[in-house]
Design a protein around this ligand. Structure first.
Ligand code: NAD
Length: 441
């Protein structure tokens, strides 16, 4: 099939490369010329495990083409996948400017029947809007269909998720488009993964429902973590006991310093805005969002309780919003560092891959190339992202390098008992400030 992908960000680049790797001819277009230049040289603009090799191979074979020539990109394709950003606008709604721009250009350059696929996360009703914009921009009437095919890939595991998704959701009201979409995802169907066909509006809502559900689980655990802190229970045990219930399952039940990234925060907020727009209650999601915003301050609150932050130097390990990505959009680290600086602290920071992005927006922070060097002479360490490499460091060396052995473990990656034995003032989230009594020895 001849495919066009609009937008070469985390979703567009993985989607375009993934389909090219399955044998389709893919043209990716973007308005960011600098990004296209870098990509055209075979250099990736994002960190995504497993992407580089297949990206380079498909670029070299010519199956993957990058261009800023929208006219060519639109005319040469049978299917156009819209993967542009939909960040929050000032009203905390999904900003559809980029989607609308792409739709207008598709309409303008359309030369034959095409399926337009909304992969960007967009509020219910956006497929109708895209249809309207395309029609309004067509020079002559040409048939087309708009399909909602929300994307569920996780940064850090995006290539794996593309090749082996839990499910594919296709929202369509056209038999012709349905056939084309099923054929596009033929190789996924071969892996036994379901392709669920549904109405367009249901597909649009499924995406927000998924992210809101996961965000709710996180805020649920974060709120319970305060009760654990107060009572001497351990949130990790609560999480484990809860997750063993087959109806609940173990995933996304971890307390920490809050969720971040380019999806959960903005999608929960956009869902609230959509519910309000349709005169529906949004209480649950407002609470989820509020709890998360508060949770980003928990690490600094806990630090304030054991030391004076003014004129101190605090080390921060982990800047990306989660491990295995360089994405720092809405990352808790940003709020934590801002709060530390406001309180008069100097900040040392380290992240295995996100420092390039962090340097662009974090001012007054000293960046280090190594986690040990980051903490040398610091008054405390805050672990913000649960990168695997932080789990297995030499904690005796950590203690020796820190001026004061204070650790705020924002992701509960260490064992409170071990840390206490090593002589740390160890404070975790929902683990009774490291004094939790379970399990029995
Ligand atoms: P991104 O910001 O990384 O990439 C968006 C790209 O679109 C950028 O390269 C930008 O230059 C380009 N763009 C903007 N306007 C354009 C236009 N008019 N024409 C062509 N290109 C244009 O965003 P992302 O993280 O890839 O997310 C894209 C969409 O997918 C969003 O709606 C997001 O919510 C959704 N999504 C993201 C993820 C994720 O993990 N990042 C997962 C699932 C869904």
């Amino acid at each position: 099939m001849n495919l066009t992908v609009a937008g070469t960000g985390y979703v567009g680049l993985v989607t375009g490369t993934g389909f090219a790797n399955l044998g389709h001819n893919v043209i990716c277009f973007d308005i960011d010329e600098a990004k296209l230049d870098t990509l055209s040289k075979g250099e990736l603009t994002i960190y995504e495990p497993g992407l580089e090799e297949i990206f380079r191979r498909n670029l070299k074979s010519g199956r993957l083409v990058l261009t800023s020539d929208v006219k060519k990109a639109v005319r040469e394709s049978d299917v156009i996948l819209i993967c542009v950003g939909t960040p929050a606008n000032h009203m905390q709604e999904a900003d559809l400017t980029a989607v609308e721009e792409v739709a207008a250009r598709i309409g303008k350059f359309m030369n034959r029947y095409k399926v337009i696929v909304n992969k960007s996360t967009v509020p219910v009703g956006t497929a109708d809007l895209v249809k309207k914009i395309i029609k309004a921009n067509q020079k002559k009437k040409i048939d087309f269909d708009v399909v909602s095919n929300p994307e569920f890939l996780r940064e850090g595991a995006a290539v794996k998720d593309f090749e082996n998704p839990d499910r594919i959701i296709v929202g369509t009201d056209s038999r012709k488009a349905e056939k084309i979409m099923v054929s596009l995802y033929r190789s996924v169907a071969r892996t036994g993964r379901p392709i669920m066909l549904t109405g367009i509006k249901s597909a649009e809502i499924i995406k927000y429902a998924g992210n809101a559900m996961l965000a709710t689980r996180i805020s649920f655990m974060n709120q319970l973590s305060f009760l654990c802190d107060k009572t001497g229970a351990d949130i990790k045990d609560v999480s484990k006991g809860l997750g063993l219930d087959g109806r609940i399952g173990p995933r996304f039940l971890h307390a920490g310093v809050g969720y971040g990234g380019s999806c959960f925060p903005k999608d929960v907020k956009a869902l609230i805005a959509t519910l309000k727009k349709h005169d529906c209650d949004s209480d649950l999601f407002e609470a989820v969002d509020r709890i998360n915003e508060k949770q980003k301050s928990v690490a600094v609150e806990k630090l304030k309780a054991v030391m004076s932050i003014n004129r101190s130097t605090i080390a921060v390990w982990g800047l990306s919003f989660k491990p295995k990505t360089d994405d720092i959009r809405d990352a808790p680290s940003l709020k934590i560092i801002e709060e530390l600086q406001t309180l008069g602290a100097k900040v040392h920071a380290f992240d295995p891959v996100a420092m390039k992005n962090a340097r662009k927006i974090l001012k007054g922070v000293r960046f280090f190339k190594d986690p040990y060097e980051t903490i040398r002479g610091c008054d405390a360490l805050i672990v913000v992202t649960e990168w695997d490499e932080f789990r297995n460091l030499d904690m005796r060396a950590v203690k020796a390098l820190l001026k004061k052995p204070v650790i705020i473990d924002g992701r509960n990656i260490y064992d409170p008992k071990e840390m206490k034995e090593l002589g740390f003032t160890y404070i975790a989230i929902g683990r009774a400030n490291g004094k939790s009594t379970s399990p029995l020895p």
